[in-house]
Write a protein that binds this ligand. Structure first.
Ligand code: MD6
Ligand code: FE
Length: 213
């Protein structure tokens, strides 16, 4: 096969101003990250939340950190306790925090200190429709996203829902950092294609680190 890339991982692929994919940035830590996800989910299990519109999300979610994001019939919100279990979220593992801070700095956002990590789990056919992340208080802070397990097609659009989108495959270990002028771009994940990943089995996991409060 034609090898268009023969350098060493990780490598950066710009998406738009303020948005970059750092390919394979978390590859070597994949197994340790998946172990930490399992530990968090033992304390706060993955659950399919209900949207304010009354739909059950196909993506299963949990959180770790000082605050967590969730959805229920009353709306989307960040909170210090899970509205379902009434417990604080599990602590953010040091490995997660360090990865998020380092990746943000590499992408041009030094000093990023996340207080929230949303963990999404996709089974085959699970998807995330186009949305903006705008529930965070300081939109000057970037978001760091880490993909693990099965690959998925990520849609990266404009500032209106109807704008055309770029489609990029996100694979195990890829990290996306975005902020600045791209912070409010619409984005989503197309329905996951079934497969088996050697470390994550039938699933894709995504960690998104945010400064929410
Ligand atoms: C996902 N990611 O990759 C969904 N949001 O499963 C997101 O919705 C996302 O990757 C904000 C910033 C980066 C992201
Ligand atoms: Fe998002």
């Amino acid at each position: 096969m034609l090898d268009l890339f023969s350098g060493e991982a990780p490598w950066q692929e710009p998406l738009a101003e303020g948005a970059v994919i750092i390919r394979r940035r978390a590859f070597d830590q994949g197994e340790a990250l998946l172990d930490e996800i399992a530990r968090v989910a033992q304390i706060n299990p993955f659950a399919h939340r209900i949207t304010p519109g009354g739909y059950r999300m196909s993506v299963a979610m949990t959180n770790c950190g000082d605050v967590g994001w969730s959805s229920d019939i009353r709306g989307y919100q960040y909170s210090e306790k899970d509205s379902h279990s009434h417990q604080p979220w599990p602590a953010m593992p040091g490995l997660f925090r360090q990865l998020a801070q380092e990746a943000a700095a590499e992408a041009g956002f030094p000093g990023f200190n996340p207080d929230a990590c949303l963990i999404n789990r996709y089974a085959p056919e699970a998807k995330l429709t186009l949305h903006q992340d705008k529930d965070e208080r300081d939109l000057q802070q970037p978001i760091v996203s880490v993909s693990l397990g099965l690959p998925a097609v990520f849609q990266f659009g404009g500032f209106e829902r109807g704008d055309s989108t770029q489609k990029v495959l996100l694979e195990h270990g890829d990290v996306v950092v975005w902020g600045g002028p791209s912070r409010l771009r619409y984005h989503g994940i197309l329905p996951l294609k079934a497969g088996v990943h050697p470390l994550a089995g039938a699933f894709r996991y995504n960690l998104t680190f945010r400064r929410a409060f």
